[in-house]
Write a protein that binds this ligand. Structure first.
Ligand SMILES: [Zn+2]
Ligand SMILES: [Zn+2]
Length: 676
C-alpha cells in the first residue's frame, strides 16, 4: 500500500494524470509486447477483471529443455477472486496455448470465443485434465457478451491466417476500446467470411476511446497480399511436379491447408498427413465445416507407399525446422515411413519465424543434399503473412478513429513503427503509449497514462508441461551446455576429518589441467572448509555426534572450487560436491595438499592450522584402495563417482534435514531414494 500511495503522489502523476480518485480502466498486457508470442491481456475496472487471450511462446536459444514459455501470472493468481471471465480472439497458440496451464493455477469462470478456437482449446484442456475448471461458450459474429458488471464485448469478424478470427469492441464505463486481435484486411477470404468493416466503422463513428492494434508487420509498407494470392503459385509447383509432392506449412493456417487440399484434389493426388498438430487441426476444422473435402482424399501414412508417386501429396509439420517435427526427421533420414526421393518436390509454404531461420535453412540444405527439389523463399509467392502491413494498419486507424492509440502484438521496433503510422494519421504522440509487459495503461474519458507496473516476467515449462524451469535451473542447464560438469566426491567424518582422497569426475569440461591437479585443488578446498567453516557448519547438540550441515559443507566446497577454476582456468563448469559422511573417529586421510606450493592468493583467508585434520606435509599420493578400512569402505560403496552423484545428492540432503549423520543409515536411504 505504502508503495502504491508513494508512487502515485510523486511527480509521475503530473501533466496528463487523471485525478487520483477518478475511476479508470486499467489495461495490463502480461505478454505479447516486445515479443511475438504469449499474448495475454488483462482489462480491469472497479472490482472486475476480464482477460483477453492467454497464449504461449516458444523458447529461444539457451533455454535448454524448455518446451513452452508462459507469462508470469502472479498478478492474476493474487487477484483471482476478481476474474469474471476470458475472451478468446482466435485459435493460434500464441493466443490460447497458455489457458490449460493457467486453469491449474487460478480460476476463470467462463471463456467466450470462436467455435474453431474453443474446439482446439478443448483438445488441449482434455489433455491437461482441466475440462471441469471452466465453462466454454461459443460466439458468432456480432454476438455481444457481458463480463462482470463493467465490460460488454462485441465480436467483430476479421480476417487472419486462421479461420474464425475476431476483433473486439469492448464497451467500458470510460468508453469503447477496440482491440483488433491478429488481423489483416483480406477482401477475398478463402472461406468467404468477410471482414466486418461496417461494424468497425460503426464504432468509429460512435467514438472509440482507444485502439489496441496488431503491430506484427508495422515495418512493412503496403498491404499484405490476400491469402488467395498464393493459390496460383502453389498450383504451378504442384502441377509441375513429376514425383511426390511434400508440402509443409503451419497446421493452424487453416486457409492455406484448405487450398493445398483443394489443389491435391485438382491434381489427382491423395493426401497423407504427418505431424500430430496437422492431424488434429484438420480433423477439427473438417468436423466443424471450416474445410470441405471428400474423406477418400486422405490415405493413412502406412499405406502411402502403395500409391504411385505422381498421385501422392504429403502434408506435414516442420515448416519451422522444429527438430522433432515430421519434415525435420525426414531430412535427417530418421522417419520410419517416409524417405526422401530425388524426384520429390518439397514446398515450404511458410516463412521462418525470427529465431527459427537457422534450423529452417539447415533443414532445406539437408533435403537438397538428399536430391529433392526444394521450393522456398519470398520470391516464389507461396506464402503470405496473416498480419496486416502499414496500409492495413492505416485502414484500421481510419475506420476506428481512436482518441488514444496503443500498438500491441509486436517487438519494440514494430511498436515504434506502428506508433509512427498512427502519428502520420493525426494521432498525437502524447495520445500514444508504447508499453511493455506488466505496464498498466490507465484510461479515463479524457486521459491516458502509464500507471505503476505489475509483476511480469516468464514461466518456463519443461517437456512434461508441468515442471516449472526456474531461473536457477535454466542457469545450471546453460552452464552444463557451455562448460560441462564436475562432480566431486568427498568422504568426511562427522568430527570433521577428511577420510579419503576426493574423487573428481569431469563431463564435458575442456581444460588443460590434468585430473591430478584438479583433485589436488579439490582437496585444498575441502581442507580449507574443514579448517575455517567447520565450527559454523557442525553444531554440538549434546548427542553422540554433532549436527552437521552437510549441504552447507557441499556448498562451501563448490563455491571455493568454482572460484579457483574461474581464476586459474577461466572455465565455469557446474560443480556438484557430494559428501559421504563417515563415522566419527575414522582415521584421517593424510592428504597431499602441500605436495606443491599453493599459488592461491587465499581470498577467503588462510587456514588456522589448529584443527585435527592431519598434518600437511608432503605425502605419497594415496589411492582409495590404500585407505583405512572405514574410509575405503565408504569410498568403495559407489562404483563410479558419476553414479554416486546421481544417487548420493538427495540422500545427502536427507541427512542434513533429518540430522542422521550415520554413514550406514544414509546409504540405505539413498538406495531407497533411487527409483527402479
Ligand atoms: Zn494469430
Ligand atoms: Zn498472434
Amino acid at each position: 500500500m505504502a508503495t502504491i500511495n508513494g508512487t502515485q503522489s510523486n511527480g509521475s502523476s503530473g501533466r496528463n494524470a487523471p485525478a487520483s480518485n477518478q475511476p479508470c480502466l486499467r489495461v495490463i498486457p502480461l505478454g505479447g509486447l516486445h515479443e511475438i508470442g504469449k499474448n495475454t491481456c488483462v482489462f480491469e475496472y472497479g472490482d472486475d477483471i476480464m482477460l483477453v487471450d492467454a497464449g504461449l511462446a516458444f523458447p529461444s536459444d539457451g533455454m535448454h529443455g524448455v518446451n513452452v514459455v508462459l507469462p508470469d501470472t502472479s498478478y492474476l493468481r493474487e487477484n483471482q477472486k476478481r476474474i469474471r471471465g476470458m475472451i478468446v480472439t482466435h485459435g493460434h497458440e500464441d493466443h490460447i496455448g497458455g489457458i490449460p496451464h493457467h486453469l491449474k493455477n487460478f480460476s476463470i469462470p467462463v471463456i467466450y470465443g470462436p467455435r474453431l478456437a474453443l474446439s482446439m482449446l478443448t483438445g488441449k484442456m482434455e489433455e491437461a485434465g482441466v475440462m471441469d475448471r471452466t465453462v466454454l461458450k461459443t460466439v458468432s459474429p456480432r454476438d455481444v457478451v457481458q463480463i462482470g458488471q463493467h465490460f460488454k464485448v462485441e465480436f467483430i469478424r476479421n480476417t487472419h491466417s486462421i479461420a474464425d478470427s475476431f476483433s473486439l469492441a469492448i464497451t467500458t464505463p470510460v468508453g469503447v476500446i477496440v482491440f483488433t486481435g491478429d488481423f489483416k484486411f483480406d477482401h477475398t477470404p478463402v472461406d468467404g467470411e468477410y471482414f466486418d468493416i461496417q461494424r468497425m466503422a460503426h464504432y468509429g463513428e460512435q467514438g472509440v476511446l482507444c485502439l489496441f492494434s496488431d503491430s506484427t508487420n508495422a515495418e512493412l509498407p503496403g498491404f499484405t497480399p490476400p491469402e488467395r494470392s498464393v493459390f496460383p503459385n502453389l498450383d504451378r509447383h504442384i502441377g509441375a511436379a513429376e514425383g511426390r509432392v511434400i508440402v509443409t506449412t503451419f497446421a493452424s493456417s487453416v486457409h492455406r491447408v484448405s487450398m493445398i487440399l483443394e489443389l491435391a484434389l485438382k491434381h489427382g493426388r491423395k493426401v497423407g498427413l504427418l505431424g500430430r498438430s496437422m492431424l488434429n487441426v484438420i480433423a477439427k476444422a473438417r468436423e466443424l465445416g471450416y474445410m470441405r473435402c471428400p474423406d477418400d482424399l486422405f490415405v493413412p501414412i502406412k499405406q502411402i507407399r502403395d500409391l504411385p508417386d505422381r498421385e501422392t501429396l504429403l502434408l506435414m509439420t516442420g515448416s519451422q525446422g522444429e527438430p522433432l517435427a515430421a519434415l525435420s526427421r525426414i531430412s535427417r533420414g530418421e522417419h520410419p515411413q517416409v524417405q526422401v526421393k530425388t524426384t520429390d518436390t518439397i514446398i515450404f509454404s511458410a516463412s521462418p519465424i525470427p529465431g527459427n531461420t537457422i534450423s529452417v535453412v539447415n533443414t532445406i540444405d539437408r533435403l537438397m543434399m538428399l536430391g529433392a527439389k526444394v521450393v522456398y523463399g519470398k520470391g516464389e509467392g507461396i506464402h503470405v503473412s496473416g498480419h496486416g502491413s502499414q496500409e492495413d494498419q492505416k485502414l484500421m486507424l481510419a475506420l476506428t478513429r481512436p482518441k488514444y492509440f496503443v500498438p500491441v502484438h509486436g517487438e519494440h521496433r514494430m511498436l515504434v513503427a506502428h506508433s509512427r503510422t498512427g502519428q502520420s494519421m493525426g494521432i498525437p504522440a502524447d495520445h500514444t503509449l508504447i508499453i511493455d509487459n506488466g505496464d498498466v495503461v490507465e484510461l479515463t474519458p479524457d486521459s491516458i497514462r502509464k500507471g505503476d507496473p505489475v509483476k511480469s516476467g516468464i514461466e518456463l515449462l519443461d517437456a512434461s508441461r508441468n515442471g516449472i524451469v526456474d531461473a536457477r535451473v535454466l542457469k545450471e542447464r546453460q552452464q552444463l551446455a557451455d562448460d560441462g560438469v564436475i562432480t566431486l566426491l568427498a568422504v568426511i567424518s562427522t568430527d570433521g576429518v577428511m577420510a579419503a582422497p576426493p574423487r573428481v569426475n569431469l563431463r564435458g569440461v575442456v581444460t588443460t589441467a590434468d585430473p591430478r591437479r584438479l583433485s589436488l585443488w579439490a582437496e585444498r578446498e575441502i581442507g580449507w572448509v574443514l579448517d575455517n567453516r567447520w565450527n559454523q557448519l557442525a553444531r554440538n547438540t549434546g548427542g553422540k555426534a554433532p549436527d552437521v550441515d552437510w549441504v552447507g559443507v557441499q556448498r562451501e566446497v563448490e563455491l571455493g572450487l568454482q572460484r579457483r577454476l574461474r581464476r586459474e582456468l577461466q572455465v565455469e563448469p557446474l560443480i556438484i560436491c557430494l559428501v559421504q559422511p563417515a563415522p566419527a573417529g575414522t582415521p584421517a586421510y593424510k592428504g597431499r595438499a602441500d605436495a606443491e606450493p599453493d599459488s592461491r592468493p587465499a581470498p577467503r583467508g588462510r587456514r588456522d592450522g589448529g584443527r585435527q585434520d592431519g598434518p600437511r606435509q608432503a605425502q605419497p599420493v594415496a589411492t582409495p584402495r590404500q585407505q583405512q578400512p572405514a574410509a575405503a569402505a565408504a569410498a568403495a560403496t559407489v562404483a563410479s563417482p558419476v553414479a554416486a552423484a546421481v544417487i548420493a545428492k538427495p540422500a545427502a540432503r536427507a541427512v542434513a534435514e533429518d540430522s542422521e549423520p550415520s554413514g550406514r543409515t544414509r546409504r540405505r536411504r539413498s538406495a531407497a531414494a533411487v527409483p527402479g
